[in-house]
Design a protein around this ligand. Structure first.
Ligand code: 13P
Length: 288
């Protein structure tokens, strides 16, 4: 079912990628994919910086692009056609149910997040366990969330270390996303991360930690986070902003252009520059 071999290269789970990051104390940015071009920009910028590439896709973006199989096959085909040689993981971001994670795994995603954080901890554990049992049969890695990452409709609820330990022990997940004060989308005011909490959870669980809501967090806070066990930093909004800014300028200066390739491509440089800068900052460059 899982077909990970692409020529002589591998599409892999996030396990080796993030265990190496944990050991060598850097973080791998995970970029959200919105369309084919996004996937190409992320792969090419990762290859240029010799950084592992984590392409993560939300359920909404999967629906937008046509479905799980379309996304998985599209990324795999790009890896082959673009001759990408750095490790690549295809990750489901915020899987909301067992069925969603199963669909991703069956389509060839190499990693999934089951986000059962909206449920009480025992339900979160049970659902996460079900996903881990299925995923691990196919060598697919699993991320889970404890507490609530903030967002437009979601209040921040900081992760409890006891709940994190319980979930990790009982489910055998590979990476943990504890809510540390970050939010999805833009911050109102200055972001605040509970990094002592991250350190405590990292020591207690010994798993690579994931930080969601990477957009808008100051560089020094991210670097301090890496010292406290954060190994994967999710970034979506930031790339959307730099891309749309560049496209707006292009359209203003080229009001009569109608070729969609030219319009979408107008944001390529801005996205790639942002990725290269982020990969350098978080230390994931020249690792492969
Ligand atoms: P941002 O959109 O805030 O960068 O967050 C992305 C994210 O955490 C995806 O899971």
């Amino acid at each position: 079912m899982i077909y990970n071999k692409i020529g002589d290269r591998m599409i892999e789970s996030m396990t080796k990628i993030l265990n190496k990051a944990k050991e060598e104390k850097y973080a791998v940015p995970a970029y959200n994919v919105n369309n084919l071009e996004w996937a190409r920009f992320i792969l090419e910028a990762s290859e240029e910086t010799r950084s592992p590439a984590i392409l993560e896709v939300s359920e909404g973006a999967i629906k937008y692009m046509g479905g799980y199989q379309t996304v998985s096959d599209m990324i795999r085909a790009l890896v082959k056609d673009l001759n990408i040689t750095v490790p690549v993981a295809i990750h489901l971001d915020h899987g909301s149910s067992f069925e969603s994670c199963k669909k991703a795994i069956d389509a060839g995603f190499t990693s999934v997040m089951i986000d059962a954080s909206k449920y009480p901890i025992l339900e979160n554990i049970n659902l996460t366990k079900e996903v881990v049992n299925y995923a691990h049969k196919y060598g697919v890695s699993v991320e889970a969330e404890v507490g609530h990452i903030g967002g437009e409709k979601m209040e921040i609820a900081y992760a409890s270390p006891e709940e994190c330990v319980k979930l990790v022990k009982e489910t055998n997940i590979d990476f943990l996303a504890p809510a540390l004060g970050s939010v999805h989308g833009l911050y109102k005011g200055t972001p605040h991360l509970e990094l002592e909490l991250a350190k405590e959870i990292s020591t207690l669980t010994n798993l690579p930690l994931v930080l969601h809501g990477g957009t808008g967090i100051p560089e020094n806070m991210l670097l301090d986070g890496i010292k406290c066990g954060i190994c994967k930093i999710n970034i979506n909004t930031e790339l959307q902003i730099v891309w749309s800014k560049a496209v707006r300028v292009y359209l203003k200066e080229n009001a009569d252009v109608y070729d969609p390739r030219k319009i979408i491509k107008a944001g390529e440089k801005a996205i790639k520059e942002a990725i290269i800068y982020k990969n350098k900052t978080l230390g994931s460059i020249n690792k492969y």
